[in-house]
Design a protein around this ligand. Sequence first.
Ligand code: HEC
Ligand code: HEC
Length: 237
Amino acid sequence: MSCTIWVFAQLGGAGRRPASCEGITVRSKNAMKKLAVYLSICLGLGLITQAKAEGNAEAGKARSATCAACHGMDGNSVNPQWPSLAGQDSGYIARQLMAFKSGDRENVLMSPQAMGLMDQDVEDLAAYFSSQAIAPGTADPELAPAGERLYRGGNLEANIAACAACHGPTGRGNPPASYPALAGQHADYVVAQLKAYREGSRKTDASMNQMMRNVAARMTDKEMRAVAAYIQGLRSE
Ligand code: HEC
Ligand code: HEC
């Protein structure tokens, strides 16, 4: 909204008639050109965003009964193959639900669950699970030290970036950048996702320069298991 006002200000303020497509004179053609330039600046800066529905955690809780069977009442799943959702960034949860719904992300158990969700359900469920606290996990002491080194420092030789650079030193993620929280997530699930990125079957980072596929492509199975063990024991609070 503010950007639209700014564009009109650039075009000479509210006093001047906005450019229209009919009967373009030389001056208004110029204005159209200017409008296009300013609008593309706005788009480039990400200032024009789609109006997004606000999530309501209470409504999400009421809608979450079916999810609880796999993800737990409070978003802490007990099956290590199924991700915990508690405390996850709401924008990330909503983005993944939309990906399951559109088929961009596929899973035999999860995809059918997302199909019936309306946009408002997605926002409400995301708000609810995000508001819950993740249960602390424990790290396998055999694997965790190597996992910690990779998480914090990456692997220079293999050109693997430090996970901490994006997911944060305590695994809390980076919500404004839509980098998910990892702290406390089940190691089995984390390994499965890293493998899915590596083989390219998970492509939900398509709009983000494939950054997770680029990281996972360089990782060995051993590194995946080690870093996943460390992540399971990470505590963000
Ligand atoms: C039958 C079990 C099952 C049910 C019920 C279920 N899910 Fe899932 N969900 C899964 C599995 C399994 C995955 C992991 C899929 C994968 O490996 O890609 C998953 C993944 C997710 C993810 C992605 C998490 C991440 O960290 O990327 C979200 C978000 C999610 N589910 C939300 C929901 C919501 C909301 C509901 C209820 C409307 C729901 N799920 C119901 C099994 C289930
Ligand atoms: C350059 C930034 C960046 C780096 C470095 C990075 N990640 Fe990620 N990671 C992301 C983004 C962005 C996503 C979400 C992508 C998507 O939507 O699929 C993600 C997603 C993930 C997921 C999926 C989470 C879930 O709940 O399904 C896992 C697991 C993960 N990263 C682990 C790691 C590990 C382990 C490392 C280090 C070896 C690492 N990441 C390094 C940016 C990064």
